[in-house]
Design a protein around this ligand. Structure first.
Ligand code: ASP
Length: 351
């Protein structure tokens, strides 16, 4: 039997078909209604059960301890923004995680360079890119959002700002990451998309932590932080600090985040697209699948293409979809239980 997904990809008419379905549901909602937020709560798009609130999700296995930390904020009625900042800080500070913050793989010249962004329930956003020597880039991004008239600071300017705000400088290149980089230098073959030799199955040499939270008050926030692609070009910035690419939050609708090859996410502005599709009535799952489809249609060969999306809506429906069959995310539900969930994917695992 042809699944809905096969049909959408196979015919290439995905958006038109989905658009009609979404519009039918969206029409149940009067335009410009000042209570639109409440009305959205009453509309139940298909796909994924409403899990209520509070709720927190984050990318990959390293999302498990991040969610536990975020939950400490959410369980007592704390703000989603605090939860998503404090949650991903755990991953930033963990030297064992080779794709985020301290212990992250350096670029090809041996510098650990960091990208991060954060977005709150009012639509405010802050980000830093190409930041070095700071343990918690997510917190610098929050300071950019709250203490400056800007959204994004990069490189030396971001570091100068961090210093002014009292952030201490630390060397983020651990002995282990340095040794692996030096080994890589012997051949210096730039293949940022392949799993490194010593990785476990499903781990590539990049894996951002992105987190979305819905707090007890019904407010959404999101965060994203990474050291980016291992052995990237010096100066390369990925999707992670780009609002709308790696992260987008709209408190009337939902939130979405990304992991994977940032160049693909940036070219399709994937997280913004997901939220906009949800606004038109798509479930988080449908919206993630459509956003992945926008990448699929650009490639004949998917061997080295990996992007994963994760989304939640105001009712606590969760959606996730990726290209390769290995994306996982951490989910913490209203009962405080945290589990690792296998995402559905475009390519399936070989039996
Ligand atoms: N999106 C990140 C980047 O391109 C890497 C990843 O999430 O795997 O820098």
């Amino acid at each position: 039997m042809t699944s809905r997904r096969d049909f959408l990809i196979g015919t290439g008419s995905g958006l038109a078909s989905l658009g009609a379905a979404y519009m039918a549901r969206a029409q149940e909602r009067p335009p410009n209604d000042p209570n639109a937020l409440n009305l959205i709560d009453e509309i139940v798009p298909p796909g994924g059960e409403p899990r209520g609130r509070p709720l927190v999700v984050s990318t990959w296995r390293h999302g498990l301890p991040a969610n536990e930390e975020a939950w400490k904020v959410l369980k007592d009625g704390g703000r989603a923004l605090d939860a998503v900042e404090q949650g991903v800080q755990v991953v930033e500070a963990d030297p064992k995680i080779a794709s985020v913050g301290y212990g992250g793989r350096p670029d090809r010249e041996g510098h650990v360079t960091l990208d991060a962004c954060i977005m709150d329930e009012t639509g405010n956003a802050g980000s830093v890119a190409f930041l070095q020597n700071i343990m918690h880039p997510i917190s610098v991004a929050r300071r950019v959002m709250e203490d400056t008239p800007h959204v994004m600071l990069v490189g030396e300017g971001a570091l100068q700002f961090a210093r002014e705000k009292g952030f201490k400088e630390v060397d983020l290149l651990t002995d282990k990451a340095r040794a692996e980089w030096q080994k890589w230098l012997k051949k210096a073959e730039y293949d940022p998309w392949s799993p490194p030799e010593n990785s476990t199955e499903g781990q590539t040499n990049h894996d951002t932590v992105s987190m979305l939270a819905l707090d007890r008050q019904g407010n959404l926030s999101g965060s994203c932080t990474t050291s980016g692609l291992g052995y990237k070009m010096h100066g390369r910035v990925g999707d992670s600090p780009i609002i709308g690419a790696s992260l987008f939050v709209d408190n009337e609708v939902g939130a979405a985040c990304a992991t994977g090859v940032g160049e693909e996410v940036m070219k399709t502005l994937g997280s913004f697209l997901i939220v906009e599709l949800m606004r038109q009535g798509a479930s988080p799952q449908e919206a993630c699948e459509e956003s992945i489809r926008r990448i699929l249609v650009r490639h004949d060969n998917l061997e080295n293409v990996q992007v994963g999306y994760l989304a939640i809506d105001k009712q606590g429906r969760v959606g996730a979809y990726d290209i390769q069959p290995w994306f996982q995310y951490a989910l913490t539900t209203t009962d405080g239980k945290t589990q690792l969930v296998d995402s559905d994917s475009h390519l399936k695992k070989e039996e």
